[in-house]
Design a protein around this ligand. Sequence first.
Ligand SMILES: NC(=O)c1ccc[n+]([C@@H]2O[C@H](COP(=O)([O-])OP(=O)(O)OC[C@H]3O[C@@H](n4cnc5c(N)ncnc54)[C@H](OP(=O)(O)O)[C@@H]3O)[C@@H](O)[C@H]2O)c1
Length: 307
Amino acid sequence: MNGASAPIAAVRTRSGEARFARAWERLLACAHEGADPAELPLDGLGPDQQRLLAAYRELLAPSPDGIRVVAHLGQSLDGRIATEPGHSSHVTGEADFVHMHRLRALSDAVLVGAGTVAHDDPRLTVRLVPGPSPLRVILDPDRRLGPDYRVFRERPPPTLLLCRADRQDAARLGEAEILGLPVEDGTVQPRRVLDALRARGVRRLFVEGGGVTVSRFLAAGCLDLLHLCVAPVIIGSGRDALCLPAIARMDQAIRLAPEVLPLGGDWLFLCRLRRAPLAPRQTQEVAMAHAATAAAGRDQLQPLLAP
Ligand SMILES: NC(=O)c1ccc[n+]([C@@H]2O[C@H](COP(=O)([O-])OP(=O)(O)OC[C@H]3O[C@@H](n4cnc5c(N)ncnc54)[C@H](OP(=O)(O)O)[C@@H]3O)[C@@H](O)[C@H]2O)c1
């Protein structure tokens, strides 16, 4: 407290929170109303808050191929995201949950794998911070999920279920639209997912889990940013955070130079990756989708995302 009395410290904390809230409102305006992120008000904020806001601003930077992809996992010190039966609340702390809701609010779409829906029955909405809920995208290539999960029963926001084209037997599952995608090497490749979402006007995609899905996107070179939040807990067994094809030598490993921030009692590793760009053949289509997005504003974006 640097010698400050408790009331003075409380006032400082409140004014710091108010400043962060103002910066957050500005970020939302940048994400959804086209405001300029260069003008993010950072003055008066602590260094860690400034670095966190800069990380959010990075997600908003335009991408040459029209889409930016961020993934997040909350993991233990020993690299697990859940126990063996799939219990994952709470590996990381409250501050990381708020962080995830911010990533949702800044994104046009949030994507999870079928395993996460099966184990967690998540809502994937924005509840812990001000901001709009994104399009929900469920990746279930083999159509293993039934209609009873919340993402298929409740709306808004809309849900898009992605599966193999040869498993698409209907146009909808409950409230969700089903979209079949081409099969390559026996499954739906992450690049096809990005192509399909970009064609629907998604400029920022948040891949929220689980480990299998984030690992597949990482292995396919389909992530721009990876946020790994590491909690000081050892689970000792359970589901892996990242699991990639085996390598023989350490010089084949992905060595990163992350920024590391304290987040509550956890540590957030902000990793920048080099994503393989999508084919430019749809550049015109992307420009049109973005122009429509900018002109329509967030409220009218939803029909564009999920007709
Ligand atoms: N800590 C975190 O940050 C975090 C975030 C999200 C989820 N989680 C936890 O991670 C676990 C899920 O992640 P994950 O890596 O196993 O999978 P995931 O990435 O969410 O989903 C992909 C996989 O789910 C499989 N799957 C497993 N069980 C399924 C079922 N009952 N129904 C349908 N598909 C199923 C699919 O198998 P096929 O490909 O063979 O069809 C696919 O390989 C859950 O325990 C969840 O609580 C943790």
